[in-house]
Write a protein that binds this ligand. Structure first.
Ligand code: MLC
Ligand code: AMP
Length: 501
């Protein structure tokens, strides 16, 4: 037995389970109930299954499945057994999946039964040894195999800097990078947020975000589990059903689109949220109109925070002090945040216990993104007020955030440029009332070709995740360029500014 304390994140989450293991841990929208004992046993069975496969230390477990409690259990089991979790959005198509799987070389891939044919083919072709299926109705080979396993499991010993997860984020060059997050990164952030957001006895989290990205997977799940709090679990965000469940919850986390859609419900009023303690928003800018409309309709002030896959959470508005609309609050305890160029606004650079160790197998890319004194360059542009509130004023990275999902124009342009009849293209983000921002594509035809914008979008849709598809496409004579020949995206953004508003 090692005398060094176990820094495995799962050990800390498990230690926070309530003493009454028969109490409610998760209740789904369909009424399925899981006790803390169920979570403990099922994660043990899945961890034992992983252990039985004879995986190498540091093996990646890549998972592309619909949201379900069992998918969360697989995440917990991966931590528990000490392997590396690799969550993948269900919207990703074969080209995207092919890249992730060849880049990460997972030993285990878990996918839906519907996708087993093509995902399995990609995985086996790139050397993955085990491909399991898992559907959101508690079926599939993963659970069948786990059913034969013991329901007790000693949590694997891990050091704080051992890898716990790899989260892929698209890059400005169009190539995705896997952010490597350790047990220490994840646990330290969860502990800070537990205090900062005053998690307390009696809290119930309404969980309605996807669990293949940082917000739903880490911030939300770790928050509830580290406080021993039950979750009301929605596999999909349905505003009306969420509104009906709010009287049983105390904490809600959403991207701004979720708040916009809830505001569209006539039943949203002070009475509907009277048991709520805290509404948190992040992943994309919360418009001041949404912030004030929410205040007016519910009497609650949304607490906005800011983070990234590479850093987990960086700043937050205060729990007790003024939650200032349009700002992302203060650097969290332990986070050093500075604005690079000084003066009014500049590139935000950060250092802290949640900041990742680098991009998977990309040492040069990693080196480029850190300053000589060890600060990570976020690619966000911000300023800090005299009294310390951070405001994000823009991004130096060419990135569109649509409904909380990141879309990199370079990736879309790269695919568009390969389509028949397309000479070149540019994709820009424009304001959108529901998604905050959406992509618009501008295409220049090859001589003699007459590309059909709808056909181009349909073609894109067969190659890329649906949320990345520009909502409109225009064929122009030429792209606006400056004297250096660089496309002036700002002019395109201005031109299409009003398209959806
Ligand atoms: C769906 N669609 C989108 C979209 N989501 N288009 C643009 N942006 C989006 N985000 C499109 C689909 O392509 C589809 O188009 C149509 O909408 C219906 O798809 P759907 O899947 O039924 O949509 P819906 O369920 O309504 O999803 C909307 C949503 C979802 C807002 C609920 O996008 C969502 O859950 N967003 C949250 C993302 C998130 O968790 N981000 C956190 C990242 S972590 P068509 O044409 O095919 O019909 C991070 C760090 C941090 O950023 O700080 O937290
Ligand atoms: P991701 O790479 O998916 O983790 O997205 C991280 C990016 O989301 C950040 O770099 C920001 O650009 C953006 N982001 C997250 N939270 C906020 C917020 N509250 N306001 C504005 N942008 C945000």
């Amino acid at each position: 037995m090692s005398t060094i304390p176990n820094a495995n994140l799962f050990a800390a989450l498990r230690a926070a389970f309530p003493t009454d293991l028969d109490g409610l841990a998760v209740e789904t929208a369909a009424g399925q109930r899981y006790s803390w004992r169920d979570i403990d046993r099922a994660s043990a069975m899945l961890a034992n299954l992983l252990d039985s496969l004879g995986l190498k230390p540091g093996a990646r477990i890549a998972v592309q499945v619909e949201k379900s409690v069992e998918a969360m259990l697989l995440y917990l089991a991966t931590l528990r057994a000490g392997y590396v979790f690799l969550p993948l959005n269900t919207a990703y198509q074969s080209g995207e999946m092919g890249y992730f799987i060849t880049n990460a070389e997972p030993e285990v891939v878990v996918c839906t039964r519907r996708n087993f044919g093509w995902v399995g083919q990609i995985a086996f072709a790139s050397g993955t040894r085990h491909v399991f299926t898992l559907d959101d109705d508690r079926t599939g080979s993963l659970l069948e195999r786990a059913a034969a396993m013991s329901d007790t499991h000693a949590v694997a010993h891990r050091n704080a800097d051992d890898l716990a997860a790899i989260v892929y984020t698209s890059g400005t060059t169009g190539r995705s990078k896997g952010a490597m997050l350790s047990h220490g990164n994840l646990l330290s952030n969860a502990q800070v947020l537990k205090d900062y957001w005053h998690w307390q006895p009696g809290d119930v989290l309404l969980h309605a975000l996807p669990i293949f990205h940082v917000h739903g997977l880490f911030v939300a799940i770790h928050g509830a589990l580290l406080n021993g709090s039950p979750m009301l679990w929605f596999d999909k965000f349905e505003p009306r059903a969420v509104l009906q469940a709010l009287p049983r919850a105390t904490v809600f986390m959403g991207v701004p689109t979720l708040y916009v859609r809830l505001l569209g419900e006539a039943g949203l009023n002070a009475d509907a949220v009277k048991h709520m303690r805290l509404f948190i928003s992040g992943s994309a800018p919360l418009l001041i109109e949404t912030f004030t409309d929410w205040q007016r309709r519910t009497g609650h002030t949304i607490l906005e925070r800011y983070g990234m896959s590479e850093t987990i959470m960086l700043t937050s508005n205060p729990y007790d002090g003024e939650r200032r609309g349009g700002t992302v609050g203060f650097p969290l305890p332990g986070v050093s945040l500075r604005v690079a160029e000084g003066g009014e606004a500049g590139g935000i650079e950060v250092k802290g216990p949640g900041v990742f160790s680098g991009y998977w197998r990309m040492p040069e890319k990693t080196a480029e993104e850190f300053t000589a004194d060890g600060f990570f360059k976020t690619g966000d542009v911000g300023r800090i007020s005299g009294d310390g509130y951070v405001t994000i004023v823009g991004r130096s990275k060419d990135l569109i955030i649509s409904g909380g999902y990141n879309v990199y124009p370079a990736e879309i342009e790269g695919v568009l440029n390969e389509l028949p009849g397309v000479a070149e293209s540019a994709v820009v983000g424009v304001p959108h009332p529901d998604f905050g921002e959406v992509g618009v594509a501008v295409v220049i035809a090859r001589p003699g070709a007459v590309p059909d914008p709808q056909a181009l979008l349909a073609d894109l849709k067969s190659r890329l995740a649906n949320f990345k598809i520009p909502k409109r496409c225009f064929v122009l004579e030429e792209l606006p360029r400056n004297s250096m020949g660089k496309v002036q995206k700002n002019l395109l953004r201005e031109q299409y500014q009003q398209l959806f508003t």
